[in-house]
Design a protein around this ligand. Structure first.
Ligand SMILES: Cc1cc2nc3c(=O)[nH]c(=O)nc-3n(C[C@H](O)[C@H](O)[C@H](O)COP(=O)(O)OP(=O)(O)OC[C@H]3O[C@@H](n4cnc5c(N)ncnc54)[C@H](O)[C@@H]3O)c2cc1C
Length: 805
């Protein structure tokens, strides 16, 4: 066994083997995999081997497409069979909401180049003849769906990796991972110690235990899962004898997936009475055994399946496979550099190893070798959860995710499990004011404040929801008087010390402001991708504050700490600095009524310490609503007092609390972008218009500068535009295709209803050479073509007189 290696991958399931292969594919051959038993000794060996592209996250869907296409390549490289069956598959819809979801998915697939199609009941019957289509509205057909041999595929990855120079040690149990001061690792195994530059945790069912060896908690949990293989079925035998194969059928209403297995069928369930497994840790001695059959928990699902697929009722059971596999709280993998650690990488929480394993391996290998993955992978980034997460939170969330695996997922849906978790001192006060809560990054955030007969629960919908009227009322209150909300869901950072300005100048592409001022700036990756849009305020030459997306805290802190230098201290103060934002034409009057400071001299983009009532605050004159507005930051211990001051004084100004629904409508009036919609690592500053905040004049080699300069010279191929949409009862949510002259030429990033302008608004990318003011396009919303027109002037305060005045 080697005693040194560049990378030690722990775990020889399908994911570890894929990571190993992709490292060699991208050029690192001094890599090894350590497996405590034989390859496939965790979840992998008992998987049903199904694969599909469908995923609510567009980038995850694209990576699933990559994984599926990779199998042919593996077969060619290794000469081994993955046991591929590209039989295609249908996902059924038995109600309008489910059908809407499929229509939205199909629309996304158009610009992703996936050849899915919507089919009606008659076609379903032809494609999957054993299906009882009573009550079915339609289905999404995906020709890429299929299944494979899990063991053969894992061994094909392993052989391809070996051909690329990797070594694999089986029967080699990792017992400790100890970091040296230089950041490299001693990986202690029962066969000796290996000195590795990097460690990858691909421990699957044991990823929690492997993580604990390095003091890391990975938010994942194993769930029991069961599928049944039937005896031969005459109807299936007839299809086979006719030279065919029965396709996959996903029946979300019955929480089942079904496919041909031999001359019979195999059907698995995501049952509601599901069970978490190994709550206090996965036993090391587990591996090659199955869990005892448990028919009680799937009785209801089986009865439903007999209705949908009547041939099953007549079929005998050949075998039952019941085993555990792991989930993260949102069901997506946990991939990437572990925040706060050096050279420790995660490749775990992969619940669909045969749909996602290839994409996980590719992204991780790019990250390790090239410094960043080629696309935005936040949906599976291990940094999408903060250090507030605990096993007590993870378990109910994982159960919820398992139960909702086949549920309709709505764009405005707020999932209830493990809530409320994190709350600010305003929680009960806002609840008394009618707050209808959502959650972001574990934090309760008011979506709107229900008044009178407005609903205290927002019904999830693909169309305009029943929070529409309340949202409109709050928007008008901001535009006509003054609105108030918390600033708790902003990510906030304090950057201080001798070297603070120089460090910020290098890490941020924009201008770093002078004392008492603030500026907006993009943060770029080396390849020029957007990895943050920040507000930077300078309190004095040694102390700066940054604000950005709350959900990106671990993502941003990871980047900051990776680039930290002597003389700079960086502190995440997101939860230790709170306060309010007030916005609207009366915001200045309200602030003046609460302070003896000279509020009128506070110009747009000024920042100043100020006493409000009896509370020491830092006040920034800026507002995401695009209106005259202020962000007022204070110690959370003083937040209730500050509230009383503002709220009581605000009664004379018609003060109205507003929530995130109103905020997202208000920002549309000025075409302001939002993190992870308009601004994400999928896009560059020039594509999104954020290049106007890049300071090409500063004499600093800021990160991403060469890429940004090249793009400045050549111009981006696509640009963000705003559209007015002739929508009816459903607005753009994101990723809807944009059609021009009968072809898909772009896609939407986000949209919604401007209650101020009373218009449906969208933002999205078009080829730069096609954009022109007033250009007419069509946007496909829930399967319907909607006329849309490019807008070139903001709907509210186009000259900025109110915002700056
Ligand atoms: C019943 C069932 C059906 C499924 N059906 C499908 C399906 O149809 N399609 C699909 O895509 N997915 C399916 N899955 C999920 C799939 O099995 C997993 O997504 C996949 O196997 C995860 O692979 P992994 O490599 O991450 O983990 P694992 O397969 O658990 O591999 C982890 C490996 O790490 C090794 N290891 C752990 N700790 C150590 C250590 N300390 N030292 C050395 N080695 C260590 C283990 O021995 C093991 O081999 C199914 C799962 C189940 C249970």
């Amino acid at each position: 066994m080697k005693s040194t290696t560049r990378v030690a991958v722990i775990g020889g399931g399908v994911v570890g083997c894929s990571v190993l292969y992709h490292l060699t594919k991208l050029g690192w051959s001094d890599v090894m995999l350590l497996e405590r038993s034989e390859l496939t000794s965790g979840s992998t060996w008992h998987a049903a081997g199904g694969f599909h592209t469908l995923n609510g996250d567009t980038n995850m869907a694209a990576l699933q497409g990559y994984t599926i296409r990779l199998y042919k390549e593996l077969e060619e490289i290794t000469g081994m069979s993955c046991g591929l069956h590209h039989v295609g598959g249908v996902t059924l819809a038995d109600n309008q909401d489910r059908f809407d979801m499929l229509l939205a998915e199909r629309a996304k697939h158009r610009f992703m180049g996936l050849e899915t199609e919507i089919v009606g009941p008659d076609e379903i019957k032809k494609i999957a003849p054993i299906t009882n289509t009573d009550g079915i509205l339609g289905a999404l057909y995906d020709p890429l769906d299929g299944h494979l041999d899990p063991s053969g595929t894992t061994h094909a990855y392993a052989k391809a990796a070996r051909l690329g120079g990797a070594s694999i040690e089986t029967h080699c149990m990792v017992q400790e991972t100890n970091q040296r001061p230089d950041g490299s690792w001693d990986v202690v195994t029962d066969k000796g110690t290996i000195h590795a530059e990097h460690v990858v945790n691909a421990g699957g069912l044991w990823a929690r235990e492997v993580g604990a060896m390095a003091g890391i908690y990975f938010p994942l949990h194993p769930m029991e899962h069961q599928y049944i293989v039937t005896d031969n079925i005459p109807e299936i035998e007839a299809i086979i004898d006719g030279g065919g194969e029965h396709p996959h059928v996903m029946d979300p209403a019955g929480e089942s997936y079904l496919r041909q297995e031999g001359r019979g069928l195999c059907i698995g369930f995501y049952e509601q009475p599901c069970k978490p497994w190994a709550v206090d840790g996965t036993p090391w001695e587990f591996g090659h055994e199955l869990l005892p059959d448990d028919f009680d928990k799937i009785t209801g699902s089986v009865e439903f399946a007999y209705e949908r697929f009547p041939v099953l009722a007549r079929a005998g059971v050949k075998s039952v496979i019941h085993g555990p596999f792991t989930f993260a709280p949102d069901g997506n993998p946990l991939v990437g550099p572990v925040p706060g650690m050096r050279n420790y990488w995660s490749a775990c929480g992969v619940m669909a190893g045969f749909s996602q394993g290839g994409g996980v391996g590719l992204m991780l290998a790019q990250w390790m070798i090239e410094g960043e993955p080629e696309r935005d992978v936040f949906a599976m980034d291990v940094a999408r959860f903060g250090d507030w997460i605990s096993p007590g939170y993870t378990r109910p969330k994982v159960i919820e995710n398992y139960q909702k695996r086949f549920s309709v997922s709505y764009p405005n849906e707020e999932l209830p499990a493990a809530r409320p978790n994190r709350t600010t001192p305003m929680y009960d006060i806002f609840s008394d004011l009618g707050a209808v809560w959502g959650q972001q990054y574990g934090l309760e955030v008011a979506n709107y404040f229900a008044q009178g007969d407005e609903p205290g629960y927002e019904t999830p919908s693909f169309r305009r929801s029943d929070a529409f009227a309340a949202t409109g009322r709050e928007v008008r209150a901001v535009r006509e008087r003054v609105g108030i909300n918390e600033v708790h869901n902003f990510g906030k950072y304090r950057v201080s010390g001798e070297g603070a300005r120089a460090w910020l100048d290098r890490i941020m592409a924009g201008r770093i402001p002078q004392p008492g001022r603030l500026s907006l700036t993009p943060m770029l990756s080396p390849s020029g991708k957007l990895i943050g849009d920040f507000t930077v305020s300078c309190l004095n030459e040694r102390e700066f504050r940054l604000t950005a997306s709350y959900g990106a805290q671990a993502f941003h802190m990871r980047w900051f700490l990776q680039h930290q230098v002597d003389g700079v201290s960086i502190e995440n103060i997101s939860d230790t600095c709170n306060g309010f934002q007030i916005a609207g034409p009366l915001a200045r009057d309200l602030l003046a009524a609460c302070s003896r400071a000279d509020v009128s001299s506070l110009r747009f983009l000024d920042v100043r310490p100020m006493v409000i009532g009896m509370t020491d605050c830092i006040v920034q004159r800026v507002s995401y609503t695009g209106d005259l507005g202020y962000e007022i930051y204070c110690d959370p211990m003083a937040q209730r007092q500050l509230w009383l001051t503002l709220w009581n004084a605000g009664q004379d100004h018609g003060i109205t609390p507003f929530g995130m629904r109103a905020m997202m409508s208000l920002r549309l009036d000025r075409f302001f972008g939002s993190w992870m919609a308009e601004f994400s690592p999928d896009y560059t500053a020039a594509e999104t218009g954020l290049d106007r905040f890049i300071s090409f004049g500063k004499d600093v080699d800021f990160i991403g500068r060469p890429a940004a300069e090249t793009e400045k010279q050549n111009g981006p191929a696509r640009r963000l535009s705003a559209f007015e949409v002739e929508a009816d009862d459903a607005d753009v949510q994101g990723y809807e295709p944009i059609w021009l002259d009968g072809a898909v030429v772009g896609f939407c990033t986000s949209g919604g209803y401007s209650h101020y302008a009373e218009k449906s608004i969208a933002q999205g990318f078009l080829p730069s050479d096609r954009i022109a003011p007033g250009l007419e396009v069509e946007i496909e919303i829930l399967g319907q073509m909607r006329k849309a027109r490019v807008l070139d002037r903001p709907l509210f305060d186009p000259d900025g007189t109110r915002m700056r005045g």
